[in-house]
Design a protein around this ligand. Sequence first.
Ligand code: 13P
Length: 253
Amino acid sequence: MRKPIIAGNWKMYKTLSEAKQFAEEVKGLAPDSVKVDTVICAPALFLEQLTQLLSGSAVHVGAQTMHFENEGAFTGEVSPVQLADLGVEYVVVGHSERREYFNETDEAVNKKVHAAFANSLTPIVCVGETLEEREAGNTTAKVEGQVEKGLADLTEEQVKQTVIAYEPIWAIGTGKTATSEDANEVCGAIRSKVESLFGQQVADAVRIQYGGSVKPENIVELLLMEHIDGALVGGASLQAPSFLKLLEAGANV
Ligand SMILES: O=C(CO)COP(=O)(O)O
């Protein structure tokens, strides 16, 4: 049985004082990490304070993106070394918003995944199709290609530790969730692709999240599906009571 992993992706929301208040509200109430892994992926500006406030709690801190180089003349970017130095443990890589607005390619995603492991960060690698791709029947081909390119040249051990997030782009922030059956089918196709590339043991171990309008009202049925091992949540992760409900669901499936 794979342990569920629930990650909040705050995107470009909250001020520092709101982020600190959220951390104070959740840190004593988050379920034990024996039952569920909990991650908050916050704006880079808040990571130092959040790692300090949440240290020793069940809540881990993640970044939403990073550069693949350890240092260099890359104005405005944040490096994996800098993140690890702050105590950050996870990093989202290849989110559809990064792919669409910041030209993040599959090749860059792959470099970032390698850079994450080189710095002891766990990557959450996002894949997903557009509405046009889904309607054209290209969903599986799209996500399989993203998985193959994103995870290229990783070791079996590294893939076992990788978290893959399946986020259909048309379901992000729209209130439209994929049905749990459709989400499970694509997550199952992702697992089969991992099996064909890295073998069955790796495919059995890798955790696959669903993301796209996940809320307290729909998370349980998603998590009950065979191939869905967690959720990557935007809007419903922003308020502590709602986030705690998502964690409760994760701890009790
Ligand atoms: O993009 C997402 C998480 O990374 C999903 O966002 P919403 O949960 O707001 O749809």
